[in-house]
Structure formats: structure tokens, C-alpha cells
Design a protein around this ligand. Structure first.
Ligand code: TRP
Ligand code: ZN
Length: 871
């Protein structure tokens, strides 16, 4: 796209209904080796609620127009006009048949949006606005049509031809071609359209719904991956059952298909009846996928399945409503994962993502409310804010209403808006109608950006046995009005038992409020923001003893972890002070003993123990500093790891040995055991005393060689690659040889190297760009090398030379022409320049500036550089 002027900003306040509706569309694809012909036949009707424009303007991009017919009569040149982005027909009847023929070149489409090829197969990605790269259309989610799709292609190259809905016709044609026709009985917006054509195999299973309907479930993959689909199929069937049991939602078509592709911009896509997935979220075998991969696959399969109701049956009126489907569906998939596995561990993992990634986004120039009021490129708004903070907003509604009322509200929402394109307001109205709870003030969460802060102070009056908590809320955004915050609190007595009668959800609605507890004994601990009841920053100054008490005793497991994080943070922040003042660093014995208690407590859930033993991340530490000092953070964190390794070596070894599993299983217990074992190994590897280090290296090598699963193999590989030179190099080579044919495993190999630190770290990342296995056109590969380096290797990326920034800008400039969506996403670390010191700020801005001066800057990248430079 050539940009003579800055691209347009789209505003929510400008929303109007479309001038025309499209009730049905009949698509005909002839897939060819260098060109695809698309014929679209639509029933179009004027929107009589508006005052009747006779002009029809359809969206279209990178299309070659063949012909246009209205009611079967071809239009002549003067009767329409074509621009880079649209097809104009100035005078159309009230109601008519419109036929359009276009030609496209999927083979050359590297943007992975619209119709494109991946590993020789055709596939589509239409959300948000990719359908306009296939044919001219009203590419907006409030235009809902019934789709019928016929695909014609060479039968030997493309034996499998798929689209949405049910297959209704198949034919063998001349020249070795064949055709299949699919009909989707449900009206849908074009962003849910999908087509797949290729040489694929599938596994099949059946699911019997609550009303005893039989669903044909299929997962399509390339033949060599057919042995990696079982977990995905199990996950699909679990999702289907869970949505029936939890929300009473039944699947509605007779067939549900999932296709895995290697080239994909995001995680997966909920196209009606035909989900297309990044192969990363489908393929798994114990020896190729980690426990985290297995959990993520279950979550993403669930997520896309749950969209069938929250997204497809009820869709979005416009893209400003994105959180209506995404926030809600993330909440649903989180609940699903937490029901299938450990609820508190799931909560910990989700809060970690929110607090590191979403809080950072909200503190930077891309800060936006979960319902933004403007955008330049909608693809830039598939964010942690819209998705993960959006899910937190739904979770708070769930907390405020309670489980039963929330379920009732969901029923009302689905019933009232089935088959419609709805708004976030429709959702909240349904929740209010189900509960008689006034959500007027709560609605501010949809429109105000930024992370609210809660400052809490407690006061105990021994003579009155009265405990009071004063709660103040504030926002960095000064124009923000107070939020309605559900604050979960309880009390823990000095024996460590919860005073259950004190447990409550307090509605914080004012800027300042006091919570009173009567009849409280001295030395009672306050457990607050339990299970992370609201997405806020909590500032409640507990001293280290109080934190350690709660780590050991809180009945809320999330809070045990959270207090351990806070304790670790307090300790490390003080060490950063010492580091800056060039003092010798000393690790508090109290902290060591607190972690030791957790380590040796056999009654503790192992997955929880592993998380409590993980030090606060570098990102989380950075957020708590006025200026992020990547070197101080890294050095202090490494110092803590080394000291803990030294002090607790025997315990780490003992626990490590006790965690050897007899048999590989995927139960939460077995996964928890592996995570505790591997965290012990990673501590042991940090040890600097010679004998201990030797023991650790041997253990890691032994684990690497004898691993029965990828979790253990990659953990050992990471330990060796990050903490040893020679041994690390050997296992990296060995790993590559073993897995060269498995691209998802090779992604892990790239990622381990991208996150290594030390003298040659940057050079080896640069060298990996030239590796035969590196490919800038494959997003998974780019994320595993460039994404990991820039987002998970702060000391190297933010190296004072500025080399990391330049490296990133170079890649973004290349990707700007081939895949703007990925280019814009990769660029994001640079817009956080305000959080760093002045020298780094200048270098980061200089690279943003350089990117912004790229000729033919894509909208996606334009928006990020413009906002990033404005600060
Ligand atoms: N709707 C998809 C989901 O959340 C994600 C999605 C949006 C997407 N845009 C995309 C996926 C572009 C791939 C490419 O499930
Ligand atoms: Zn989604």
C-alpha cells in the first residue's frame, strides 16, 4: 500500500448501520496453481431503516476484477468504479442479485490474511478484514449472510476440500479436477468464512450431544503429523461436554472440523464449523510437546470451540465490540482449564500474564480501554487488554453476581441475541436483568484505560478489638472516575486458620472507603484481593514476617503465591538499591528459610510449590522501578538464584530426586511434579561451587539423555545451554539432529538460544537469522527467535550498544512489506522506551523513527510507530 497521507482513524462514535444488507452469498472458487478465480453471487437489499442511498460501496483489496453483473446483466465500464480499497456502484436497485468475478494470487500472499498457501495447501484467515482480499464484499461483522461455497481444484493435489457447514454435493470433473459444495445454514459475518484445500489426513471421532445428536469430529493435518492429534481430539470433546454442563450450550452443526497449519499469524481461528489452527495448538506427543504445550492446546481448542456461542451464534456489531467475544471467550476458556486441571495454578499463571504483559501495555503508548474508541488498524487491537483484561472484567461480573445469576445472565444474553451482531452494552444489560445488580458504575471498566491502584492501610484497636482497613483507589489517568471494584477479603488468625465468617466481597466504589471488622484478636492477618478479585495494583504494606506467615497459612492458594512474589520483590528491590550503591549483596536468611519451608513441605501441591519457588520475573521487577535497569535486575536475580542454590543445594537435590516419575502421565499431579523437579534442576545449575556445579551438570546431562518427554528434555537442554559453554553446545547440536524434521520442536531450539545471555549471545542470535532452518515468512519461527530475543531476553535486547534495537528495526522493516501484522506486533517492545534510561530512550526512539520512515509503510506498522513516537 502506498501511503501519500496518514491512514484514517476509525471512531466508534461514527458507527452507522450499513446502507445495504447481504442475505445470502454463493461462492465459487477455482483454485489454480498461479491464480484463483472467485465468483460470488449475492442477494443484496437496501437497509430501509436508513434514508436510502443508491450507492453501493464494497470493500476489496489486491483484487483483479473480472466482471460485475446486476440481476444477471453485465455492467459496463461507466456503471461502476474501482479504487485500491473498494468497488463503487453508484446506482443500484432496492433489491437485486449481484454477481462479481475476481482473480487473486494466493501463492504470492505472504500476509497470511485472505486466501493463502501454507505447506502447499490452501487456507484462509478472514478475521478481522481478510475477506476483502478474496472478493468484493461488505466486510463488516454486522452484515450476516447465509454462505454456500463450491470449491473446484485438482483432485490429486487437493483431495480434501473444506468450507463452513455441511457438505451437500461432490463431483468429479474433467482434467483431473473435482468439486465439493458446502452449505452453512447459520447466517454469519464474512470474518467467519473459511476454506481449506489440500492433501491432508484426518482423525475422526464422534461426540454425542446432550440431546443425543451425533457430531462428526475431525482433525485434519499433514500425513506425517497424524500421530500427534489425540490430545487435541480429547480436548475438543471435553470442551463440548464442558460447555453443555457449565453453560447449557450444545453444538449446532453435524460436523466440527479443525485444520492445523504451520503458517499462521495468531493462535487459532473460530470459523464456523471449520476452525483453522496454528499447528502449535494442535500437535502434541509426549516426546515433542511440553506440559505447557499440552495445557495450551486444551485451552485454545476450548477457546475456539466456545466461540461457537460467544462469537459466532452471537457475534459483534463492529470491531470496537471485540472484547464482547474475546474477553468473554477467554473467561470461558480459563474456567474450563481451571475445571480440568488445578484452579489455583491456572489463576496464578493467568495473573502473571496480566500483570506483566497487560499492565505494561496499559502503562505505554498503546494503552486503551477494553473497548477502544478509535483505531487505525484493527489488527493492532487483538491485545492482552482486549483479551486478558477483558476476561478479568467478565470475571468481576461473575464475582459480583455469583455463579447462578451469572449463568442466568448468559442464558438471557444468548437467547436474546442469538443470530445477531451485539454490543458490550447488550451483554451488560443481560447481566443486570438476570441479577437486579446495578452495573452503571461498573461500565467504566469498558471505557477507562489504565490500571487502578488500591492503597490499603490497616489499623487495629486492641481495646475495641476492631480492625479497620482504609482503601484508597487512584489511577495514573487523572480523568478516570472511581471504578466499581469487587475486593475479596478475609482474616487468618494467628494459628493460621481462616475466620470464615469474616470472608466477604466488598464493593469498592468510592475513591476512599473504610472496611471494618469487629471482634478481632490481635495478630490476625488480613488476606486481601483474594484469588485476584480485580485487575488492580495492590499496595498493602505487609512486612516480610507477615508475608511469610501468609505464604505458609493463607487458605487462598493464589494469595500464598502472591505473598511469596511480594516478599521476593521486597527483597530484590532492596538488593537493587545495594547494587546501585555498589554494596556487596546479601540475601536475607529469612527469605531463604521461607523458600526452604515451601521446598521441603511435602503436603504442598507440587505445581503450587514450583510457582512459589519461582522468583518474580524480570518484567515484574521492572514494573516496580521508576526506571527499568535491566542490568541491575538481571544481576540481582542471578545473585538470588546462585545464593539459593548454594544455601539449599542439598534440599534441591533431595527434592529433585524425590520427583523422578515412574511413568509419564499428563495428570495435574504428574505435571506438578515435573515442574517442581525442573525448577530444582534450574536452581542447581546456578550453583557456583565446583562440586555442586559438577553434580548439577551431570544430572542435567543425565536428564537430557534419558528424558521420556519433552518437558524434561527441554528443561535439561535449557539449563545446559544457558549455564555451560561446551556441554551446552553439545546438547544443542544433538537436539537439532534429533528433531530437525519437527518444526515445532525446532522452534524450541531457536527459543532456547534466543534467550541465552553472555558474551556471544547476540552474535549467535544474529547468526541464527542465517540458519537454513530460519524463515522470515513463518511467524512461529520469527516469534521463536526474534520475539523471544526481544521479549524474553532483556539484558541482551537492551544492550547499551543499541545493537538489539537496530536488529529488531531491521527485521520489522523487512516484514513490513511481507507480513505487516507480524511486523507491527514485533515492534511493540520499542514503544516502551519511556520506561528506560535516557540513553536507551534515545536509541529506541531513533529506531522507531527509522521504521516510520520506511517507504510504503503498512497501516499496522504506521499506527504503532506513530503512537510509539508520540509517547
Ligand atoms: N479470533 C481469533 C481468536 O481469538 C484470533 C484472531 C483474530 C486471529 N485475528 C486473527 C487468528 C488473525 C489468526 C489470524 O480465537
Ligand atoms: Zn478468540
Amino acid at each position: 500500500m502506498t501511503q501519500d497521507t496518514a491512514p484514517n482513524t476509525i471512531y466508534l462514535k461514527d458507527y452507522t448501520q450499513p446502507q445495504y444488507w447481504i442475505d445470502s452469498i454463493n461462492l465459487h472458487f477455482e483454485l489454480g496453481e498461479d491464480e484463483t478465480r472467485v465468483v460470488s453471487e449475492m442477494e443484496v437489499r437496501r437497509n430501509t431503516e436508513l434514508n436510502g442511498s443508491r450507492i453501493l460501496e464494497l470493500d476489496g483489496e489486491n483484487l483483479v476484477l473480472g466482471s460485475v453483473l446486476i440481476n444477471e446483466k453485465a455492467l459496463s465500464d461507466g456503471e461502476f468504479s474501482v479504487t485500491d480499497e473498494s468497488l463503487w456502484i453508484p446506482d443500484v436497485p432496492d433489491s437485486f442479485t449481484l454477481q462479481i468475478e475476481t482473480f487473486i494470487k494466493p501463492q504470492l500472499n505472504t500476509s497470511l490474511e485472505g486466501l493463502y498457501k501454507s505447506s502447499g495447501n490452501f487456507c484462509t484467515q478472514c478475521e478481522a478484514q481478510g475477506f476483502r482480499k478474496i472478493t468484493y464484499y461488505l466486510d463488516r461483522p454486522d452484515v450476516m449472510a447465509k454462505f454456500t461455497t463450491t470449491i473446484v481444484a485438482d483432485k490429486s493435489k487437493y483431495p480434501v476440500l473444506l468450507s463452513n457447514g455441511n457438505p451437500v454435493d461432490t463431483n468429479d470433473l474433467d482434467d483431473g479436477k473435482h468439486s465439493v459444495t458446502w452449505e452453512d445454514p447459520f447466517k454469519k459475518p464474512c470474518y467467519l468464512f473459511a476454506l481449506v484445500a489440500g492433501d491432508l489426513e484426518c482423525i475422526k471421532d464422534t461426540f454425542i450431544t446432550m440431546n443425543k445428536r451425533e457430531i462428526d469430529c475431525r482433525i485434519y493435518v499433514e500425513a506425517h503429523n497424524i500421530d500427534k492429534c489425540d490430545h487435541a481430539m480429547r480436548s475438543l470433546k471435553k470442551s463440548m461436554r464442558w460447555d453443555e454442563e457449565t453453560f447449557g450450550r450444545e453444538y449446532d452443526l453435524d460436523i466440527y472440523m479443525i485444520v492445523a497449519v504451520d503458517d499462521f499469524n495468531m493462535g487459532a481461528m473460530e470459523n464456523k464449523g471449520l476452525n483453522v489452527f496454528n499447528s502449535k495448538y494442535v500437535l502434541a506427543r509426549p516426546d515433542t510437546a511440553t506440559d505447557t504445550d499440552f495445557i495450551n492446546i486444551e485451552a485454545v481448542i476450548g477457546h475456539e470451540y466456545f466461540h461457537n456461542w460467544s462469537g459466532n451464534r452471537v457475534t459483534c456489531r463492529d470491531w470496537f465490540q471485540l472484547t464482547l467475544k474475546e474477553g468473554l471467550t477467554v473467561f470461558r476458556d480459563q474456567q474450563f482449564t481451571s475445571d480440568m486441571n488445578s484452579a489455583s495454578v491456572k489463576r496464578i499463571d493467568d495473573v502473571n500474564v496480566l500483570r506483566t504483559r497487560q499492565f505494561a501495555e496499559d502503562a505505554g503508548p498503546m494503552s486503551h480501554p477494553i473497548q477502544p474508541d478509535s483505531y487505525v488498524e484493527i489488527n493492532n487491537f487483538y491485545t492482552v487488554t482486549v483479551y486478558n483484561k477483558g476476561a478479568e472484567i467478565i470475571r468481576m461480573i461473575h464475582t459480583l453476581l455469583g455463579k447462578e445469576n451469572f449463568r442466568q445472565g448468559m442464558d438471557i444474553y444468548f437467547e436474546r441475541h442469538d443470530g445477531e451482531a451485539a454490543t458490550t452494552e447488550d451483554f451488560i444489560n443481560a447481566m443486570e436483568d438476570a441479577s437486579d445488580i446495578d452495573l452503571t458504575q461498573f461500565r467504566r471498566w469498558y471505557h477507562q484505560a489504565g490500571t487502578p491502584q488500591l492503597d490499603v492501610q490497616s489499623e487495629y484497636k486492641a481495646d475495641e478489638k476492631r480492625l479497620s482497613l482504609s482503601v484508597k483507589q487512584s489511577s495514573e489517568t487523572k480523568t478516570n472516575k472511581p471504578f466499581h471494584i469487587p475486593l475479596s477479603v478475609s482474616l487468618i488468625d494467628s494459628d493460621g486458620s481462616e475466620l470464615k465468617s469474616a470472608a466477604q466481597i466488598v464493593d469498592i466504589t468510592e475513591a476512599e472507603q473504610v472496611i471494618e471488622f469487629e471482634d478481632v484478636e490481635d495478630n490476625t492477618a488480613v488476606s486481601i484481593l483474594r484469588n485476584y478479585s480485580a485487575p488492580v495494583k495492590l499496595n498493602y504494606a505487609l512486612n516480610n514476617e507477615q508475608l511469610a506467615f501468609l505464604v505458609a497459612n493463607d487458605s487462598d492458594e493464589f494469595n500464598r503465591w502472591n505473598c511469596a512474589q511480594q516478599l521476593g520483590l521486597n527483597i530484590m528491590m532492596a538488593l537493587i538499591e545495594d547494587y546501585h550503591q555498589k554494596k556487596t549483596l546479601n540475601l536475607d536468611a529469612f527469605y531463604i528459610s521461607t523458600l526452604k519451608q515451601v521446598l521441603i513441605d511435602e503436603s504442598l501441591d507440587k505445581a503450587l510449590a514450583a510457582r512459589i519457588l519461582s522468583l518474580p520475573s524480570e518484567d515484574y521487577m521492572g514494573q516496580n522501578l521508576p526506571v527499568i535497569d535491566v542490568d541491575a535486575i538481571y544481576q540481582v536475580r542471578e545473585f538470588c538464584k546462585k545464593t539459593l542454590a548454594f544455601e539449599l543445594m542439598d534440599d534441591f537435590v533431595a527434592v529433585y530426586k524425590s520427583c523422578q516419575d515412574d511413568e509419564y502421565t499428563l495428570t495435574p499431579q504428574a505435571m506438578g511434579q515435573r515442574s517442581l523437579k525442573n525448577i530444582c534442576l534450574s536452581y542447581m545449575m546456578c550453583s557456583e561451587t565446583e562440586t555442586a556445579r559438577k553434580t548439577a551438570i551431570e544430572m542435567a546431562q543425565h536428564q537430557y539423555k534419558n528424558a521420556s518427554n519433552m518437558t524434561d528434555q527441554i528443561s535439561a537442554l535449557r539449563c545446559l545451554a544457558h549455564y555451560t559453554e561446551q556441554e551446552g553446545g553439545q546438547v544443542l547440536d544433538d537436539f537439532y539432529q534429533q528433531w530437525a524434521k519437527d518444526s515445532l520442536v525446532i522452534d524450541k531450539w531457536f527459543m532456547v538460544q534466543a534467550t541465552a545471555t553472555g558474551t556471544n549471545a547476540f552474535q549467535s542470535v544474529q547468526a541464527l537469522l542465517e540458519h537454513d532452518a530460519f524463515d522470515l515468512n513463518v511467524p512461529n519461527r520469527v516469534r521463536s527467535l526474534v520475539g523471544a530475543f526481544t521479549q524474553a531476553n532483556a539484558v541482551e535486547f537492551h544492550h547499551m550498544s543499541g545493537q538489539g534495537y537496530q536488529f529488531l528495526a531491521d527485521i520489522v522493516i523487512k516484514l513490513n512489506t511481507t507480513n505487516p501484522q507480524i511486523a507491527a506486533r514485533l515492534l511493540l517492545p520499542l514503544i516502551q522506551w519511556k520506561s528506560y534510561d535516557v540513553n536507551r530512550q534515545l536509541m529506541m526512539k531513533a529506531q522507531l523513527q527509522r521504521v516510520s520512515e520506511t517507504p510504503d509503510l503498512a497501516k499496522d506498522v504506521f499506527e504503532i510507530t506513530a503512537k510509539g513516537l508520540a509517547g
